[in-house]
Design a protein around this ligand. Sequence first.
Ligand SMILES: [Zn+2]
Length: 454
Amino acid sequence: MKKLLALFFALFVFSNFQAIAQEKSKDIKMKDLINSERLTNNFLRYVKIDTGSDPVKAETQIPSTERQKELAKVLAEELKALGLKNVNINKHCIVTADFPSSDKNMPVIALFAHLDTSSDVATGPVKPQIHDYKGGDIKLSENVVIPAEDLKNEVGHHVITSDGTTLLGSDDKSGVAEIMETISVLVENPDIKRPNIKVVFTPDEETGLGSTAFDVEHFDADFAYTVDGGAPHELDTETFNAYNPEITIIGKVVHCGYAYKKMINSLELANEFMSQLPKNETPATTKDRQGYYYIDEVTGSGEKTVIKMLVRDFDLENAKKRIAFLEKTLKDIEKKHNGAVIKFEPKMRYLNMKEKLNEFPEVISYAEEGIKRSGLKPVQNSVRGGTDGSAFTLRGLLTPNLGAGGENFHSQREFVSVETMAKCTENVLNILSVWAERADEVMPKIQKNGRRSR
Ligand SMILES: [Zn+2]
């Protein structure tokens, strides 16, 4: 009897112990597993590599600049050192790596960030500075001041900026560093249940053309997230529909002294066209979900003028109407000036991803659940721009955009804090966990309706 009691007691203790162990694994706080020092050091190393892209060269070659390859090589080496499989850099400077899960029947989730930085301002050499931020403006130089208003969520944080002569490159090296930290945490903690993961670092996001070099159709992932957004609680699920029209106006040049009723000055025609664009539909006069026309560049002479424009709208029908309006206006001008030749190329760049994302709502709801687990209230955001994810989504790989934490992109006032980068990493880890936990319910749906069913 005594023996039996002892056995019962042992069983009781054992089952309790098991319950506690299970409770523990569920209770793992991703936050405690993140190594902020490693995250920061990686970020600082990456921003010091100047990876500015070139929108003109990107029209004919990806990567548009050789220097992007330098960061690609560094990252490929680090991914190899972490033990990832199939680490590769292809001819377009796209870095890919596989991190398979030991669990069978798991979805494949890809994490994307971009290597390049915007050439809107000087891209390097970046001299990063860390500020133990207590409040107030951060003055980087006489002309470069980050106002306290922009920093209101960073009090008590370690804010990283450039020295004010260049951008910081947080867009998107914070995304790169957060993905690397995510992988490091998962390598160090093999007990965490997770999906199969693919890591992809792409060139030329800022030129809008890098995504064209990525072979989405042969990429074997179910869903993806770009880590290239702003605040950690934001989830970008909607982007503009974007056209970058190019207009070429050919006039007729004759000697000014003999030009009566003969000359057609292409610059005047350009002016006639631009004056017909609605004044209240420019980037400076629209916000939220309103679309716009933007004159980006005008170059020319009497003989030939080229106008480069951006046309943006969240609604595709409206975007098409805008393109039709431009075409009609130009046709009328051409007709009116007999002898002028006007060429119009709409140049579609990317489409709003919202509708397509709704085809598999888990890609959003799981991300929201992950963000909630980090203690944040998720907010779906309409980006007044585009992401690589908008292009991928349209080509069948649903790819919303997660916050990477940086602010004041494409300027010398760009900044990101260590704490915010850690929070964004926590989000990514939590989102991956949600996919793993729901694998049993979501896998049949993926096999039936997802990319794998093709
Ligand atoms: Zn970016």
